[in-house]
Every structure is written in C-alpha cells, then in structure tokens.
Ligand binder design. Structure first.
Ligand code: BGC
Length: 766
C-alpha cells in the first residue's frame, strides 16, 4: 500500500514536471492538456474571501475585485482584476506594513468627455495604466461607457455622454491609453445598462434601431478602434435576455460582427442569480466574482451534456489568450511605487481642460482686479467631491478642496465662514458614518447643504471682495438620483444662492458659482443669481487647484457639455420611463428577487423614446434647454472659416479653419453634425458624426481641423431589413461650436445608397 502511494506520488510529480507550460503560442494545446476540473476552475473568478462587497477580495492585490485562477501544473499564473474608471481602485493600506498604496483620482468619465479631446483621454488612460502595472494589477475594470439615457442614472458620472459617437471615441481613447502600458481593460457594462434601480432584475425593452444606433454603437466603436482585452456584461436583461446569458449579444454581435477576440466577464453576479451553463455557452467566459457553487455547476453541466466540453474549451481558450498578454504572465516585477506626484499633475491638467464655463457676465472671469478676500459658501467648498461612489471611486491620498485652492493662490478666505462650515462638516460626518452602512467601502457621498444665517452672509458681503458658492452633487453605484432635491436644486441651496447674490450684488461685488457635480442638474436659477458659473464636475483629487487654474486665468476653459441640460428634469422625454422617485429596495440593498408583481421602471424599462435620446430629442423638437449639448464658453473668441468637403472612396473628408479672434490663448472644440437627406429613414434633425479640438491657439493664430467620416458612420439601422443603410443624396454638414451654434455649413453628396446586413437578433418580445 505504502509503496503504491509513493509510486503514485512520483507519477504525479513527473507529470507536473513534464506537463507542458503555457506560452503565448500554445494556448490551444494547453486547453487540450487540461482536466475538466482545471477548465472549470479557469472560468470561475476567484475572490480570496467570500464576496463581501468591495473589501480586500484577493490575495494578490488587496482591494482588487477578483482574479483568474492559477494552475501551477500548466504554468498558468493568476491575473488580477481591479476597478476603475476614474483611477485604479485598490486598498490604500495593508496589514503589517506602513507603506501606502494610494492611487491617483482623475476626473470622472463625464468630465473627461467634456474635454472633447481624445489625446487627453488617451494620456489619462496611459497614466492610470501605469498605476495598474506598477501595483501588480493585470486588467482594469474600466472604462464604463453606457449612454446617459436619462439625466438621473446613478452611474452616469462613470459614463461619458448622451451621444454614442462621443462615448465610443472617448472609451476607445481610454482603452488605447491604458493598454499602451501592457495591461488590459474591460469595457463595461455591455449593454443597455442605463439605470441602477433594481439593476440585477430589470429588463431594458427597446427596438433594434435604438439598440444598434445608440446603446451598442459606443461599444462597437470601442471594440473596433481599441481592441480591449475584455468586455464586462451588464446586470440587466435586454428584451428578455439576460446580458450575461445572451449568445445573440456576446457571440452573434460582439464576436462575429465586430470581431472582438478577448474574453467576456460578467458583472459581479452571485451564484444562483444566473444560469451558469447558459452564460458560458452565450460567450460570457469568466464568471466573476465566482463561487464554489458555480464551479460545481460547470462540472455538472458538462457531465450531463448541457454544456459541450468544446464550448467550455472556447471559454478557457479566450481567457488564456489574455493571460499570456498579462504582466504577471511575463513575470513583471512591479514596484508598488508609481510616480504619484507626476500623475497628480496629469490629473490636474486633464481636469482643468474638462471644466465647462457656463456663464461669464461682463467678463467676470478670469479674476483680475478683484481683491484677495473671498467669502466661500456651500459645504462642498470645504468638502470638495473628487469622484463618485461605489466601485468607481478611488482611494486617493488627498483631495484639494476649494478652500485650499484659494489659499494656494494667495487668497484670504473669510475665517468665520470657514469655521462655520468646518464645524458643520465635522458634525455631519459623525452622523454619516453611523447611518450609511456602505460608506466604508463605497466611498462617502456629498454632504447635505446647511443653512447659514443671514448675518454671516451680510458680514462677508461687507468685508470680502468676492463670493464663491459651491453646489455639490455626488452619486454612485446602486442608486439612481431623484428628480426632487437632487436634479432640482434644493431649497436650502436656492436660499443660499439668493441671499449671497443679493448681499454681494448690493455691494457691487461678484458672485461666482462652482458646480462640483456628477452630472446634469437644474441650472436655470443660477443664470440670474451668478456672475459666472463654472462647472468642474467631480474633477479628481486636484479639484481645488484645477478650479483656480481657470478662475485665475492661468488656463483658458475649453470644456464643452457632453450632455444637454434640460431646464427641468421633467423636460427629459425619458422621465416617464425612469424610476426618478423610487424609494424601494435599491440595487445595493435587498434585491427584488421575486419578479412579481412586475413594476414599471423597476422590473422592466420601456425605451419608448426610441432613437430620440438627449439632443436627438431636444434639438429635433426645439425644446428650450438651460444649456445645449456641446455648449461651453471661453475667455477668447474663435471664428470658423473655409469649410471644405472632399468625397473619398469611402465617405468624405471635411476641414474647417479655426482662428483665435480674441486676446487670450486658448483651445476650441469643434463639432461636426450631419443632417441626412429626406426620404430615407426617419432621423433626428442632425447627429454628431465627428469632432476635433485645436491645439492652444495664440491670439490671431489659426488651425485647420480635419474630420474623416466613412459611409458606414452615416448609416441608420433599418430593423425591418436588419441592415445598416446609408441613403444616397445630399448630406448637410454643420461645423458647430455647440449644437445650437452652427458656424459654417457644407454639403456632401453620397452617390450610391449602401447597406450592411447584420444578424437579426435581440428582437423586442411582443
Ligand atoms: C460593478 C462593476 C464593477 C464590479 C467589481 C460591480 O458591482 O457594477 O462595475 O467592476 O462590481 O467591483
């Protein structure tokens, strides 16, 4: 007996020693050499501990989200997956060491899109990618790139825009940047994930046309233009099919039509929530975060014939195809010491270019001849919000708030106001930590505004030279925003603005409003009350400094809105089909596991507006907005001249010359909208087809921007024929400063109609 055990042991050892090891070239052979158990292990994500939310979930990099399995026998190392997108998300401290592992907090996705600068986004991506690499992570779970369908989606801040072209181009730039560092990305959440309410049990119901033209388009662009290593599926269902279980989505469209060749992982679904064999067969290769139950289910499914082993082989092959690209596979010796100082500078410069100047009456900004005493109002001035909450938050070393920003610029901030607000913050934090069970791992939300007595405002108006009021909004994973007291300004905010505005204007002093917000918010009342309105979004850790870069005039603002800002939330045509007042169990709380009785906007969402989302609706129907899509002011002025269009073999190339006609150096983002010829499919008045940004132009300096648009990009989706169609005829090209400010036009004649047939899938269930 003893002898045979020794023999067995020796045999195992020999087989381990002799087993083929994974290389970049032998993925298929390795899959052949794997046992069924090893294959099952490979498709299950590993968290080091049971899934507890966003804790220290892996052994390799604390605070990362999961890893892939290690199979030593075959030389398969684990690879580590950790969150983004506003920076890498890992634990900043570890047991047994004083060393810290902070990451840089960059501007949120929405802000980045407002730069309209793909190069800038690529550079941010590369900087984040360097932290991913140097902290020993292999795949960043970012970018998030769902569409801003409704202004109140709780995760809009992680996403870019209401327009799929802008979203797709930004996501592609981000992916190219991150992946330039030899680490991977996961474009998420695929697809039609436009609300957080009951997010795991909500069916997005829509026609194939908006599905193709709006909700899949950004992903299509990102996949084709940047080749992400992985894609993450969404929690929600699409027309009755769970995204994670949809072969139509993951195989027919993603792989067969778009040529995606990485692996797909699911969004963090508990075992039992989805059907394991269905997911794998659909093409959802990695089950994250993973559990023993799912491992057993894989084995059982193959043994019972429910899942073919050859299909499982494909899942494993795709995962290994990425493992061999990873830094861990190549034995990269990470430093755990990225250059955080240099990265903070990148974050600051990027955030400055994302700032959108919305109002600037009588050139109130930049601050030139104003004195250096400032009355700083609003709780967020002292507790600046760097980013959103949830998996998209970043454990950064610090946040520069506005108070520090002003001090760094040599201002004296009213000390009574400072004491009052700092005391209020202290008190609120004591309460907040007791009442928010998720705060520890999801990040802290913005503190509610406090009312301040009129006397303090009056005193500040007497003694200070300038008033600055910050309005703060922070949102995050698991909760959608509400129409009242969130989109709409709160009464305490309106009172504050009114009182400060009255008191300072009486003294002939200026009032500047800073919007430290996560997304579209009611802005109409500000127009009257403020001399200047500066939207810095959630700008990352250098917040206060970036705002000062613009207020001081060191930088000329060049950001423009990546979404429309409706006057009132209820102007958004999606509001009837969005849970804007839902207060039931949230996505982070108790899931509504029983789908009956089905509740509109909780268990299913009707995308009744079709393709008329955002400006496609407002602009086509002449709805009055607070600020239109693409809007943003500058300290200088630009002229647009000499539009040209040249027909190419495939589509056209257009150019426009932009000249700085003012007195200050600055950049200008130009948007190219296109109106299609009549007679084809029903279309919005115009659609964004391309955009570009000038370099810094000195006064008097010009630059010619070039836009290339191919025929496929002009196409609309005809669901009856299941094909993309580009009609022949005359297309009107509009070179615009924003969608309502067209500066030059031209036309392009598309001679022969074209079409591209695709799979007739993901149909609406009648
Ligand atoms: C989020 C993902 C995230 C994942 C891992 C999920 O709940 O929806 O965006 O990447 O958790 O943290």
């Amino acid at each position: 007996m003893k002898k045979s055990l020794v023999l067995l042991g020796m045999l195992c050892l020999t087989s381990t020693l002799n087993a083929q090891k994974l290389t970049e070239k032998n993925v298929k052979e390795i899959v052949k050499a794997m046992t069924l158990e090893e294959k099952a292990k490979m498709v299950i994500g590993c968290s080091a501990s049971a899934f507890t939310g966003y804790g220290n979930s892996t052994l390799y990099v604390p605070g990362s989200a999961a890893s892939t399995a290690m199979i030593e026998r075959l030389g398969i190392p684990p690879t580590v997956l950790a969150d983004g997108p506003a920076g890498l998300r890992i634990s900043p401290t570890r047991e047994g060491t004083d060393q810290t592992y902070y990451c840089t907090a960059f501007p949120i996705g929405t802000a980045l899109a407002c730069s309209w600068n793909s190069e800038l986004v690529e550079n941010v991506g590369a900087t984040i990618g360097n932290e991913v690499l140097e902290y020993g992570v292999d795949v960043l779970l970012a970018p998030g790139q769902n569409l801003h369908r409704d202004p109140l989606c709780g995760r809009n801040f992680e996403y870019y825009s209401e327009d799929p072209i802008l979203s797709g181009k930004m996501a592609a730039a981000y992916v190219r940047g991150v992946q330039s560092q030899g680490v991977g990305t996961s474009v998420k959440h695929f697809a039609v994930n436009n609300a957080e309410t009951n997010r795991k049990d909500n069916d997005s119901r829509l026609d194939q046309r908006p599905l193709r033209e709006l909700y899949l388009k950004g992903f299509e662009i990102a996949v084709k233009e940047s080749n992400p290593w992985t894609v993450m599926t969404a929690y929600n269902a699409i027309n009755g099919q769970q995204s994670m279980e949809s072969r139509e989505l993951l195989t027919d469209i993603l792989r067969n039509e778009w040529g995606f060749d990485g692996y797909v992982m699911c969004d963090w679904a508990y075992a039992g929530l989805r059907v394991t064999d269905k997911e794998l067969w659909a093409g959802n290769d990695l089950l994250t975060p993973g559990s023993d139950q799912q491992y057993e289910e894989v084995l059982a499914a193959v043994k019972s014939g429910k899942l073919k082993e050859s299909d499982l082989d494909l899942n494993v092959e795709r995962i290994l195809g990425i493992v061999v690209k990873s830094p861990r596979f190549h034995g990269y010796k990470y430093s755990d010491k990225p250059d955080l100082k240099a990265h903070a500078e990148v974050a600051r410069q990027a955030a400055t270019e994302c700032i959108v100047l919305l109002e600037n009456k009588n050139n109130a900004l930049p601050l030139k001849n104003t004195g250096k005493n400032v009355g700083l109002f609003g709780i967020s001035s002292y507790d600046f919000i760097a980013g959103g909450t949830g998996s998209g938050s970043v454990n950064k070393a610090y946040t520069i708030n506005l108070l520090d920003g002003f001090k760094n610029d040599g201002y004296t901030v009213n000390s009574e106001l400072t004491a009052f607000y700092q005391d209020a913050i202290k008190k609120q934090l004591e309460v907040a930590s007791l009442t928010n069970p998720y705060a520890a791992y999801l990040g802290r939300t913005a503190l509610p505004e406090v009312s301040i007595n009129a006397k303090m405002i009056e005193q500040s108006a007497q003694q200070d030279d300038l008033a600055v009021v910050t309005i703060g909004r922070s949102n995050g994973e698991g909760l959608d925003r509400h129409a009242f007291e969130d989109y709409l300004l709160k009464s305490v905010e309106k009172n504050l603005l009114m009182q400060v505005s009255n008191a300072f204007h009486k003294q002939g002093k200026k009032v500047i409003v800073i919007l430290n917000i996560s997304g579209a918010t009611e802005l109409e009342p500000l127009k009257e009350m403020a001399d200047a309105v500066v939207c810095c979004w959630l700008p990352g850790q250098e917040g206060g400094n970036t705002v000062m870069d613009v207020l001081s005039g060191r930088q000329n603002p060049s950001g423009k809105l990546s979404m429309s800002i409706p006057v009132n939330y209820f102007d958004a045509n999606t509001h009837d089909n969005f849970a804007y007042d839902y207060t039931g169990p949230s996505a982070m709380g108790k899931y509504a596991m029983t789908p009956y009785p089905k509740r509109k906007n909780v268990h299913f969402t009707e995308y009744e507006e079709g393709i008329y989302v955002g400006y496609r609706y407002y602009n086509t129907n002449n709805v009055k907005l607070s600020y239109p899509f693409g809007y943003g002011l500058s300290y200088t002025t630009f002229s647009y001249s000499n539009p040209t269009v040249k027909a190419e073999k495939d589509g056209f190339t257009a150019t426009i010359t932009v000249k700085n006609t003012g007195n200050v150096t600055g950049k200008e983002a130009v948007q190219l909208y296109v109106s299609a010829p009549a007679g084809g499919l029903d279309k919005p008045k115009c659609e964004l087809k391309s955009f570009g940004k000038t370099k810094e132009l000195k006064p008097g300096e010009s630059q010619t921007l070039t836009f290339k648009v191919d025929s496929y990009s002009l196409a609309s989706f005809n669901e009856k024929a299941s094909q993309w169609e580009t009609a022949s005829g005359e297309y009107k090209l509009m070179f615009a400063a924003n969608i309502e400010d067209v500066r030059q036009t031209a036309s392009y004649v598309h001679k022969n109609a074209q079409n591209w047939k695709v799979n007739n899938v993901l149909k609406r269930v009648e």
